[in-house]
Design a protein around this ligand. Structure first.
Ligand SMILES: Nc1ncnc2c1ncn2[C@@H]1O[C@H](COP(=O)(O)OP(=O)(O)OP(=O)(O)O)[C@@H](O)[C@H]1O
Ligand SMILES: [Mg+2]
Length: 304
């Protein structure tokens, strides 16, 4: 009798426990956790609140900071050409690329950006997308991080990576102009997975978000025949400006570079650093359509 009673009591307790469990489960709201963590990056940009740093550009690398001279004139010519091309079809975001290292991509990007900023009341943005060997911040004398790497990795927001020069001290020593309309996104900390970061199309979304705030956006990039990063970035650009170095870039390298961007709008070649100082001054920049990559026949010297 007592054993049956005990069994019944046990069964009753188990039933109650099971019921309580059910009630508890019913009462508990079902939480479905988001498998994809939300992006930590806000997409809004407030230009008024971006960080200001005292830039200290190296004057050797910025002939466009001078009042006059061959460098100023030639970059003016290149700038005019960009405006002409914009009349032909919409053009705002320009990727500057070349086949090999040390052909002058960073030099051309930085000086064209400076030339545009000095000419323009609107905002100009220059981005260092060479995540492997970034140097644009060195030319500007600006902090190199946080930057694009951190944004693409999701650890920084757009407003954290944008910077401008702090006034009232002047960047443009000759004219007293602070070029406060020039903004800069450095490359950030170099990482091993820069290819993956650039291939995930996040840069396209970034440019789309930034675009309404700027009149021109210039992007520096690594050499395309060494790594394919620039081809990935090209999807975010309206046009590609190619650089070849006078007396250094072989013709077949220029051809292969052009071929690497066959799916993009190639704006032309800048033939950089042509040494003919007696007639043209220390710097010489030429440009022409992509068909002009065979050199002198179709290239134009803007000072002639
Ligand atoms: N027209 C020029 N006149 C004088 N020096 C130049 C000129 N163009 C580039 N240089 C110098 O040549 C060197 C290489 O230029 P730059 O860094 O712009 O090349 P790059 O193509 O960006 O190289 P990388 O592929 O390694 O990033 C730099 O020291 C730069 O100052
Ligand atoms: Mg460079």
């Amino acid at each position: 009798m007592s054993r049956i009673y005990e069994a019944l009591q046990r069964a009753d307790l188990e039933r109650k426990a099971a019921h309580e469990n059910e009630v508890e489960q019913d009462a508990e709201p079902v939480v479905v956790h988001n498998i994809e963590p939300p992006l930590p990056v806000k997409s809004n940009v407030v230009l008024e609140s971006i960080a200001e740093h005292q830039w200290n550009p190296s004057m050797d690398s910025f002939p466009t900071l001078a009042d006059r001279g061959a460098g100023v004139e030639q970059f003016r010519g290149l700038r005019s050409r960009m405006f002409q091309l914009r009349y032909e079809s919409p053009l705002k975001t320009i990727l500057v690329s070349s086949g090999l290292p040390a052909e002058g991509k960073t030099f051309v990007t930085a000086n064209l950006a400076m030339s545009l900023a000095r000419n323009n009341v609107n905002n100009i943005l220059v981005i260092d997308a060479d995540l492997r060997r970034p140097t644009l911040h060195t030319l500007l004398g600006a902090p190199g991080s946080p930057g694009l790497s951190e944004y693409l990795a999701g650890t920084a927001e757009l407003n954290d990576i944008l910077q401008r020069n702090r006034g009232p001290k002047t960047v443009d020593a000759s004219s007293g102009h602070n070029v406060s309309n020039l903004m800069f996104i450095p490359a950030g900390k170099c990482s091993d997975n820069s290819s993956e970061l650039l291939a995930n199309h996040r840069i396209e979304k970034m440019i789309a978000t930034l675009s309404p705030h700027f009149d021109w956006i210039l992007i520096d990039s690594p050499p395309v025949l060494a790594v394919t990063d620039a081809v990935d970035i090209a999807t975010a650009a309206d046009g590609i400006l190619l650089v070849a170095r006078g007396g250094s870039t072989p013709f077949n390298v220029a051809q292969r570079t052009q071929a690497a961007f066959r799916n993009s709008r190639i704006l032309g070649f800048v033939l950089n650093d042509v040494k003919d100082a007696s007639r043209r001054g220390s710097y010489a920049y030429y440009y022409g359509g992509p068909e002009a990559s065979d050199g002198a026949s179709q290239r134009k010297d803007k000072r002639s």
